[in-house]
Write a protein that binds this ligand. Structure first.
Ligand code: FAD
Length: 540
């Protein structure tokens, strides 16, 4: 059941898109948290072209909204990553004589009037922005449209985040897909039919006339510094995050290049600089090429680690897909399951899928299960278990390694996310919304749609077509995901000297001796409880 009146439809209906003609003294591009780049950025590119056409300077605005960050459980790491990227962007824009003005604004309901007054203060009548698909953000943008109309301002909002925008991929009955596989097949068909439209690259903005710097109004915009931090979102491990996740599109491109063209490091993903090391270019066994066989291994560096960059828009998904076509030397996107690169492109399609789900079924972001029939599943209330899970003290090594990886890196391998999420919801029988919130608060790549989709999939309340009795056994998952045990040994120091099968399930006496906790629950018993509660929601 599609939710009634999804707000994206209302926003698109508010845009009249007349022939644009600026009447003021500037054109404004409103940069958002998911737009942290200059090239291949549709709203910025349109704003720049319009400014050139009208002979006006371009101004970039960024509004920090701490209330939204609280409402969306944004992590301090993600806010700090935004600040680090903005500093680089401000510098690059200044070289083009384009000012980037940032402001911290509260309360969030006053952001629409603030933006309109900002446009009036720089005498701009045209506003460009990329669409943010979360409900609160869409409502904010609808409000901007309402206020803009009264003031003779024309907003233009464009699709940019995804390869294919929401609303295009539909079933034969004209409905949005609720299951990934048919969505992905249709996604490929649509993409290959109009590759240029969906994958076209865009250059960075053109430079403003340098005389803009002499204008007193603009000079204050150039001079406004990027804040050191946002109150309430101080990043305690900023120095480490700066090493583990360097900011900027150049870093993101280099990570992509390494993923596509160089061999995997033989170590697990750690805190080190992701751009260090790796074999020489053009290795035939690059991570991308062996992605299909290797991607579920957490004990090696097997995936791209691009999620923080894609979530923040430091690199576009389009650029990632274009680069895979270059790697293969082909024109069509062939996301077949048998090739590593095809498999990786399908992961990019998952990213599109979950945002399409969010747009068609916005209730999922309001704490509702995608499958309403599971709304009454009975969850445990157990703060001690929740804390143990968060801190990586469950006594199940693979879960603890995963959670400690999140705590130290602000990121987690995909398979580890699934195991940790499944353990919270099916073994500890704790509400998936608690886990969803915790991940958002920890991760540097926090993305509402992908995180919600991943959690609901793992909790069997979401789009997984398999029934609720998909319950991972964390011990056998551990042997498949971490066959060497290196991942566990890296993140769980108590087990650093344990090898063989014991590292996946330490015998109680050994665990006691090493100071490692005993399991919180017995997996077999927990499984029976989960099956009972899902089978008959509401039952004990
Ligand atoms: P790669 O394997 O290299 O994949 C490339 C890109 O494809 C990723 O960077 C990501 O943008 C996209 N992608 C891959 N898998 C998925 C997926 N299952 N769903 C959506 N997009 C995907 N991803 C986020 O970006 N932000 C989140 O907040 C987030 N929360 C998650 C929570 C749970 C419970 C689960 C199970 C998954 C979550 N994911 C999330 C998806 C996935 O785990 C990460 O995108 C992936 O681990 C990032 O590592 P990578 O960049 O090396 O991925």
């Amino acid at each position: 059941r599609v939710d009634a009146d999804p707000p994206l439809g209302k926003l698109l209906a508010s845009l009249q898109n007349p022939t644009l003609q600026a009447q003021g003294s500037a054109v404004v591009y409103w940069m958002r948290m998911e737009d942290m780049r200059l090239s291949d950025n549709r709203a910025l590119s349109q704003a720049s072209a319009q400014a050139k056409l009208d002979g006006l300077p371009l101004i970039v605005l960024f509004v920090f909204s701490p209330q939204d960050y609280v409402a969306h459980d944004r992590s301090a790491r993600r806010i700090d990553f935004t600040l680090r990227n903005l500093r680089l962007l401000k510098y690059s824009l200044a070289k083009l004589d384009i000012p980037l003005h940032t402001v911290v604004h509260s309360p969030r309901r006053d952001i629409p009037p603030y933006v309109i007054s900002f446009l009036q203060s720089v005498r701009a009548t045209l506003l460009f922005a990329n669409i943010e698909y979360e409900v609160d953000e869409l409502r904010r943008d609808i409000r901007v449209c309402e206020l803009a109309k009264k003031q003779g301002i024309t907003p233009t909002y464009v699709h940019d985040k995804l390869i294919i925008e929401p609303g295009v991929i539909k079933s034969q009955q004209g409905r949005p897909y609720a299951v990934y596989s048919p969505f992905q097949r249709q996604w490929l068909t649509v993409l290959n039919a109009d590759r240029d439209k969906y994958l076209a690259g865009l250059p960075p903005p053109e430079a403003n006339p340098s005389s803009i710097r002499d204008h007193p109004t603009y000079r204050t915009l150039f001079d406004s510094p990027i804040p050191d931090h946002i109150d309430g979102f101080e990043c305690a491990d900023r120095d480490q995050m700066t090493v583990t996740w360097p900011a900027g599109s150049d870093a993101a491109r280099e990570m992509l290049r390494k993923f596509l063209y160089t061999k995997s490091r033989s170590t697990h993903v750690g805190l080190s600089d992701p751009l260090e090391g790796g074999a020489e270019p053009s290795d035939k066994r690059s991570r991308a090429l062996v992605y299909k066989e290797q991607r579920d291994k957490a004990d090696r560096d097997t995936t791209s680690r691009l999620s923080p960059y894609l979530s923040a828009g430091v690199i576009s998904a389009r650029e990632c897909v274009r680069a895979t076509l270059d790697l293969l030397g082909v024109k069509n996107v062939k996301a077949d399951r048998d090739s590593g690169v095809g498999m990786w492109v399908q992961e990019i399609a998952w990213r599109d899928f979950y945002t399409h789900v969010l747009v068609a079924f916005p209730r999922v972001s309001m704490g509702r299960p995608f499958q309403e029939k599971y709304a009454d599943v009975k969850w445990e209330t157990n703060q001690a278990h929740l804390d143990a899970w968060k801190e990586g003290r469950t006594g199940v090594p693979i879960v603890d390694a995963a959670m400690r990886q999140a705590n130290t890196m602000g990121w987690m391998h995909n398979r580890a996310r699934m195991i940790a999420a499944m353990y919270l919801t099916k073994d500890l029988m704790l509400d998936w919304r608690l886990g969803e919130k915790h991940f958002m608060e920890q991760f540097i790549d926090g993305d509402l749609a992908s995180n919600n989709g991943g959690w609901q999939w793992s909790a069997s309340t979401g789009t997984d077509p398999q029934p609720y009795f998909r319950i991972f056994n964390p011990y056998s998952q551990s042997e498949k995901t971490d066959p060497t045990g290196d991942y566990i040994r890296a993140f769980v120091p108590e087990l650093r000297k344990v090898f063989g099968k014991d590292v996946h399930c330490p015998p109680p006496k050994l665990a006691d001796k090493l100071g490692y906790p005993r399991p919180l629950v017995d997996h077999k018993e927990a499984r029976v409880r989960a099956l009972r509660r899902y089978k008959t929601p509401g039952s004990e």
